[in-house]
Design a protein around this ligand. Structure first.
Ligand code: CA
Length: 230
């Protein structure tokens, strides 16, 4: 699996022993794990690694977990990132505050690691279905994320690996407009330098591949913004 296909989990916990246990378990699930020990570091790393999900402790030095959550959910660029809050305080008022802040899920300490991993998987199945072994469908196109096969009207389509990753990205969120930079991050990964024109080249190839047995071009060029499926 290429690094770009793996969900990235940002683990924010100031207690080193707990962080270590969680990092170990998240890595065992097959996720890329990035760790932060306080809220400030967490906010910085969100920009840097564009995580799919945060496991976020409530009580943190510098900037609290709840403040990190609030800021990420207020920002349109980071709003879609799933956040699972961890808290030692079980009071109902905390639970409500956690949800009002926009956290997607809430786990009370001491938690079962098995339970927490199940919650993480549930969030990622919703937001990154292609990484969780799911069949994606859009109109007459079907994409099997496990066998890496693509079908259009039940005919197998031949696709290069980059075109496959591009199509997966589009099919995860039909209708969403992706900028060239966002596609570069998602499909090629952040660590590789690729010219944005490369995106156009592969979009061209993807369009051709999708129509190899006929059918209309489902991709839309959005002037000045990027590309969308449908
Ligand atoms: Ca803490």
């Amino acid at each position: 699996m290429a690094a770009a296909d793996m969900p990235t989990v940002l683990l924010v916990e100031d207690e080193p022993a707990q962080r270590e246990v969680l990092a170990y378990n998240l890595e065992a699930e097959g996720f890329r794990v990035v760790q932060a020990a306080d809220g400030e570091e967490a906010l910085m790393l969100v920009e840097e690694v564009a995580p799919d999900l945060l496991v976020l402790d409530w009580m943190l030095p510098n900037v609290s977990g709840i403040e990190v959550c609030r800021r990420l959910k207020m920002n349109p660029e980071t709003r879609a990132i799933s956040i699972i809050m961890l808290s030692a305080r079980a009071e109902e008022v905390d639970r409500v505050r956690g949800l009002e802040t926009g956290a997607d899920d809430y786990v009370i300490k001491p938690y079962s690691v098995v339970e927490l991993m199940a919650r993480v998987r549930a969030q990622l199945r919703r937001t990154r279905p292609s990484t969780m072994g799911v069949m994606l469908e859009y109109e007459d196109i079907r994409l099997d994320t496990e066998s890496h096969r693509v079908y259009r009207s039940d005919k197998v389509l031949k696709l290069g690996p980059t075109e496959f990753r591009l199509l997966t990205t589009f099919m995860e969120k039909p209708g969403r407009v992706w900028s060239r930079d966002q596609l570069l991050d998602r499909v090629w990964g952040r660590d590789i330098y690729v010219d944005t024109r490369t995106v156009d080249v592969h979009i061209g190839r993807l369009r051709k591949a999708l129509s190899q047995h006929g059918g209309e071009d489902p991709l839309r060029t959005v002037r000045g913004a990027g590309y969308a499926l449908g």
